[in-house]
Design a protein. Structure first.
Lengths: 370, 77
C-alpha cells in the first residue's frame, strides 16, 4: 500500500511540472494539454486540499480522518511545486521562452532539483512541517539519511534560488526588450513594484504588530501578480498602462487628501461645536464634496507633469495651438501648423491632411513624413 | 487547450479552495482571522493564479506561462 502511495500526489506533481514546464518544446501550440491526463487535475486539487487536511486530521479530530499522517508527510510538496513553478514563470514571462537559449540549462536544473526534492521527501524520517514532527514515516530509510539530506538541501537551495534567478532574468529581459515585449514587461514591473512596496510596508506592520493587516495587503498583492502576468501574456491594453498608472496615482493621492481633509474638518468643527454635532459631519462632507473636482484636476495635472511628461507636453502643445487658431486665418499656415502639432503630440510615422474646397469638389492634400 | 481540461482544472481549483477553507475553519487552531481574510489569503491567491493562467493558456496555448500559473494556483498550499 505504501508503494502505491509513493506514486501518488508528489510524483503526480513532478510529472505535471516536468511536462508543463519543459516537455512541450515541439511548438505544436497545444502546450501540455495533449499529454496531461485530466485526472491530474483532481490529483492537484487533492494536493491543494492537503494543506487543510493535515491539521484537521492531526489536531482537530486526531485519528478520525484516514491517512492524515501520510498527508502531513507529503503535503509540503505542494509548496515546493508552487515555488518552483513561480521561479519558472518569472523566467519565461511574457514570451513563454527564456530570455535567451543560454538560460535553458537553468530551467532544466530547476526541474531536476524539484524532482529530487519530491523523490527524497517520502524517505525522510519525519514530516518537514515542525507541527507534525510526532508522525513517523513508515518508509524512513535512515541508512541513506546523509546522502538524501545532502541531495535534499542542494535541491532545496536550487528551488529557492530559482525565484531570485527568475527575478534577475526579468531584469535582464526588460533591459534588452524593445517594442511590444517591453510593453508586456511593464505590466509585470508594475505588479512587482507594487509587491515590493507592500513588502516594505509589511515590515513596518509586523513591527507595529498588525499581522492580520499584513495578510490582507500581502494576499491582495500576491493575487494581483498573476493578473498582471496574465495581462502581459495576453498583451492586454499594453499602451493604456501609462494612463492606468497615472489614474491610480492621482486617485490614490486624492483619496488620501480628501480623507485627511474630512478628518481634519470633522475634528476641528467637532471641537468647536461638540463631539456629537451633526453640523460638523455635514460641514466636513460639504468641504470634501466642494474640494473633489478642483483637487482632482490639480493632482492629475501634477502627476502628469511629474510622471507622464509626454502627455503633459502634448496637452500644452494642443493648448498653444488652440490659442493660435483664434488669430490665424491663413489656410496654408494653419495646415502646416496642424500637421506639426499632430506630429509632435502623437508622433505618427506618417500624417496626411485632406481639405475639400466647397466649389471644386477636388481634394487638396498635404503630407508630412515624420 | 482542451475546453474540458480547462473546465476540470477550474472546478478542481474551486472545489480545492473551498474544501481547504472549510477544513481550516473546522480546525480553528491559531487562526482567529475572519472568513473574508482566509478567503483572500488561501483561496483568492490560488483562484487568481488558476483563473489568469487558464485564460492565458487558452488564448496563447504555445506560451507555457499560462500552464505554469495554473500549476502554481492548484499547488498553492
Amino acid at each position: 500500500l505504501n508503494g502505491l502511495r509513493l506514486v501518488g500526489t508528489p510524483l503526480g506533481f513532478a510529472l505535471w511540472f516536468l511536462v508543463a514546464a519543459l516537455g512541450s518544446n515541439s511548438g505544436d501550440g497545444q502546450g501540455p494539454s495533449r499529454s496531461t491526463p485530466a485526472s491530474l487535475a483532481a490529483a492537484q486539487a487533492a494536493n491543494g486540499v492537503a494543506g487543510g487536511y493535515a491539521p484537521y486530521g492531526l489536531q482537530a479530530r486526531p485519528g478520525a480522518p484516514p491517512a492524515a499522517a501520510w498527508v502531513a508527510m507529503h503535503y509540503p510538496a505542494t509548496a515546493l511545486v508552487a515555488f518552483a513553478c513561480l521561479g519558472l514563470i518569472l523566467l519565461l514571462v511574457p514570451t513563454g521562452s527564456p530570455p535567451s537559449p543560454r538560460w535553458r540549462w537553468w530551467a532544466w536544473l530547476m526541474a531536476g532539483a524539484l524532482a529530487v526534492l519530491l523523490l527524497a521527501m517520502p524517505f525522510a524520517p519525519r514530516p518537514p512541517d515542525w507541527r507534525y514532527r510526532g508522525v513517523d514515516n513508515p518508509l524512513d530509510l535512515r541508512p541513506f539519511d546523509g546522502a538524501l539530506l545532502l541531495a535534499n538541501r542542494a535541491a532545496l537551495a536550487v528551488t529557492v534560488l530559482g525565484v531570485l534567478v527568475g527575478a534577475a532574468s526579468l531584469v535582464v529581459r526588460f533591459r534588452r526588450a524593445r517594442g511590444t515585449e517591453r510593453q508586456q514587461l511593464r505590466w509585470v514591473v508594475l505588479a512587482a513594484a507594487l509587491t515590493g512596496v507592500v513588502m516594505l510596508a509589511s515590515v513596518v506592520l509586523v513591527v507595529v504588530g498588525n499581522e492580520v493587516l499584513v495578510g490582507w495587503v500581502g494576499g491582495a498583492c500576491v493575487a494581483l501578480l498573476p493578473l498582471a502576468i496574465g495581462a502581459a501574456v495576453l498583451r492586454y491594453r499594453l499602451f493604456d498602462l501609462d494612463r492606468i498608472i497615472s489614474r491610480t496615482l492621482a486617485y490614490g493621492l486624492l483619496t488620501i487628501l480628501l480623507g485627511g481633509t474630512y478628518a481634519g474638518v470633522a475634528l476641528g468643527l467637532g471641537q468647536l461645536l461638540g463631539q456629537d454635532s451633526s453640523l460638523a459631519v455635514a460641514g466636513a462632507t460639504l468641504a470634501v464634496a466642494a474640494l473633489f473636482q478642483p483637487a482632482r484636476r490639480r493632482i492629475q495635472a501634477a502627476v502628469d507633469r511629474r510622471f507622464n511628461r509626454r502627455r503633459y507636453d502634448a496637452a500644452r502643445t494642443i493648448a498653444a495651438f488652440s490659442a493660435r487658431l483664434r488669430d490665424e486665418i491663413d489656410l496654408d499656415t494653419l495646415t502646416a501648423e496642424l500637421l506639426t502639432v499632430v506630429d509632435q503630440t502623437m508622433q505618427p510615422t506618417r500624417v496626411s491632411l485632406w481639405l475639400r474646397p466647397p466649389a471644386q469638389h477636388s481634394a487638396q492634400r498635404s503630407t508630412v513624413d515624420a | 487547450m482542451n475546453p474540458r481540461l480547462g473546465l476540470a482544472l477550474a472546478l478542481a481549483a474551486l472545489a480545492g479552495g473551498l474544501v481547504n477553507l472549510a477544513l481550516l475553519l473546522r480546525t480553528g487552531h491559531g487562526r482567529p482571522e475572519p472568513l473574508a481574510y482566509l478567503l483572500l489569503v488561501i483561496a483568492g491567491v490560488s483562484w487568481s493564479f488558476v483563473g489568469a493562467g487558464l485564460v492565458a493558456w487558452s488564448r496563447r496555448p504555445a506560451n507555457r506561462t499560462g500552464a505554469l500559473m495554473v500549476a502554481v494556483g492548484l499547488a498553492f498550499p
